[in-house]
Design a protein around this ligand. Sequence first.
Ligand code: ADP
Ligand code: MG
Length: 290
Amino acid sequence: MTQPLVECEGLVHIYKTAELEVVALQGLDLRVESGEMVAIAGRSGSGKTTLMNLLAGVEPPSAGAARVAGHDLARMDDRERDRYRREVVGYLLQHSLANLALDLTVIQNVQVPMIAGGPRRRGSRARKLLEKLGLGGQARLRPAQLTGAEAQRLALAVALANEPRLLLADEPTAELDGASARDLLDDLTSLLRNLGTAAIMVTHDQQLERHVDRVIQIRDGRTSTEKRWLARPNGDRQVADELVILDRAGRLQLPRAHVEKLGLRDRVRVHLEDDSIRITPAEPSPDADS
Ligand SMILES: Nc1ncnc2c1ncn2[C@@H]1O[C@H](COP(=O)(O)OP(=O)(O)O)[C@@H](O)[C@H]1O
Ligand SMILES: [Mg+2]
């Protein structure tokens, strides 16, 4: 069996300020395979950016296990951390301009992360990457001369400059209008698939959910529902998986979203077949006592 590219188990992260401790992640589990594309969804404050910072090697987790491409994120020394951040992951921060050096040209920005790798073909690799992201004509401009969508494409080029195994992107389409967001996602996902690069992208964007293999919902610093697309001859269908607790009396608490989606209330039908149980609304029948 091959190792997953990303493996987090019981990941905990606590921010300590003078007065206060904030538990941002409380026992999060996550596995991502090489080349897989995953979206992370969840309310504001649920710990999404914290997870991205930990996976990017910005800081070590407070507790729990996190491993990416053979690196133990809880136990890296500074040297390994630098190498990890330069070679293994590309991180697109939430605000695109924060990723860019404003006094450098577009193409120089893409070359900055390549510097440690030596001068070999830096110029031509940067140019190719810009072309793939539709910025071939803007190489000599400065970031301030780009539109918001172009700046975001440039930030992606910078994040992908060293061909990382894993791209991390925090709300990559949040600052874009619908059409620019769609174009960016089309180009980005085909580029990632061509490169075989895995990606974890934080999103509120339903469009992005359609572009990835799985959507993982974080609630209160833990992973909860997982949705993925099943290819079906008569149209793709989204399925959702979630672990819930079954108590000794056989009671289980269904996720509220599922209950609402199916309009379940009072009585439901529980249908056992082979090794699974289906829960459906109990059809109203005329002689049922209500
Ligand atoms: N540097 C920090 N110091 C203290 N608390 C923080 C810090 N960063 C985030 N938090 C808190 O941690 C929780 C998770 O935040 P965050 O990871 O940014 O969530 P999200 O990206 O899902 O909105 C929030 O309660 C937030 O206020
Ligand atoms: Mg955030």
